[in-house]
Design a protein around this ligand. Sequence first.
Ligand code: G
Ligand code: G
Ligand code: MN
Ligand code: NA
Length: 251
Amino acid sequence: ARLRQALPEALARGEFSLVYQPQQTLGRGHTLGCEALLRWQHPDLGLTAPEVFIPVAEDCGLIVPIGAWVLEQACRQATRWPDGQSVAVNVSAVQLHSGLLVQQVQHALEASGLAPGRLELELTESALIDGEEKVRPTLERLRALGVRLAIDDFGTGYSSLSYLQRLPIDRLKIDRSFVMALTTPEAADRSLAAAVVRIARTLEMDTVAEGVESLDLLPQLRALGCDMVQGYAIARPMPADALLDWLRQAR
Ligand code: G
Ligand code: G
Ligand code: MN
Ligand code: NA
């Protein structure tokens, strides 16, 4: 309840910030981009996890202005990165269905001057499937702007795959649970990450393995034909300034 009361003021009070987690190629370990992750620090409530406050913000519609702020902030930060790295921004289903997303993205790109090809939006499967007919024109407009589209936590949302062929998607993010399963001896558990890579290949999408906690996983992921990795083994999410230092260490 306190959270619900504090949330409407959080934007105006500057209590939100973004941290960034690098994404590297599996081949040469180049950093091609970073995912922006939202943090909320309230003076009394302290740090609240996004898993807790994002559902609340979705419930009351606040996720729409908060999402606009995230887009603007992330695009502005990305213009400072040294080698034209991209920024990936998580988009809530409510934001996607609000009818305001295209406008928000256009505004963030114009205000920051970021090249559209350097912005990637992470969408969830459930957000795409609920009202696919309505979502498709939105995605097509975003694509027409030059923005790239990824599916987050791929494989955990729905069993239907047919929507994948019909929507303009560039990338699948292999859910952390499938990546973790690669460390188990069970062949069946290990096969899911491989299946996601094959689906992506078939549909001409690329793949990012999420939640890579050990460098020991890299050879396996490479053998599967996965393109990129993201996780604690590469870097933890970090504030903008720390990220700039990290990126400058020529990786
Ligand atoms: O690092 P982490 O605890 O930030 O992320 C937890 C969850 O919150 C993830 O599912 C992530 O996608 C989601 N999340 C993080 N930042 C944002 C954001 O800016 N917008 C939305 N909609 N979700 C986010
Ligand atoms: O759902 P989404 O993929 O947007 O959220 C990413 C979440 O995963 C964030 O909470 C982020 O902090 C977390 N994360 C990033 N790298 C790792 C990792 O290597 N292991 C685990 N367990 N979580 C990670
Ligand atoms: Mn994500
Ligand atoms: Na994810």
